[in-house]
Design a protein around this ligand. Sequence first.
Ligand SMILES: *Cc1c(COP(=O)(O)O)cnc(C)c1O
Length: 222
Amino acid sequence: MIAQAEQKYGRTPGSVRLIGASKAQPTSAIRTLAALGVTAMGENYVQEAIKKQQDLADCDLEWHFIGHIQSNKTREIATHFAWVHSVDRTKIARRLAEQRPATAPLLNVCLEVNVDAQAGKSGASLAELDELARAVSELPRLKLRGLMAIPEPREEFAAQRRAFAKLRQARDRLNSLGLGLDTLSMGMSADAEAAIAEGATLIRLGTALFGPRPSDRPRPPT
Ligand SMILES: *Cc1c(COP(=O)(O)O)cnc(C)c1O
């Protein structure tokens, strides 16, 4: 599906990378995907992720933190992940920079943007983004790579594209200020094709890859 979409929308072959969104999935399912060639997993909950990382230490997976970041979890995130997609305030970025171990490679960071300005959702507003990006780009131990968004669910393909286009334009604008961002983390199971059409470089697939999350599956009748 990814290769087809790359071709259909004129994207460079291999420019879109798949991340398994593995929250609530058992280690056995992750192991199966790793054996099939999926190289990166995204997790939303720190304790669940660390447990899985220990169980899957032999799998050579790259771990991405894609969930909401509580400030009391930054040390574990800074220690146990290669990427963080969901930085939306300077305070969190400062903590990650202070807590990233000096021996580890730079922590790859995406800034989460609330592209649809949804009330009560995480993500920086488009208005706050310049200041946040400048601040994060100056922090040690972090490498600012790009932007991430979870737009409001929409049925219509063209409407999905419009939301992702806003993130792409925000990235282009930051790059015109010299930030050198190479990453757009956008697209989930229901809207990945629209995200690829608008320039996604990382897509985060859960149900399309693993099937329904165990907690979402209908229970067998008892
Ligand atoms: C769960 C999740 C996904 C994957 O969602 P699906 O609809 O199952 O593909 C992607 N990104 C984030 C941040 C998630 O929490």
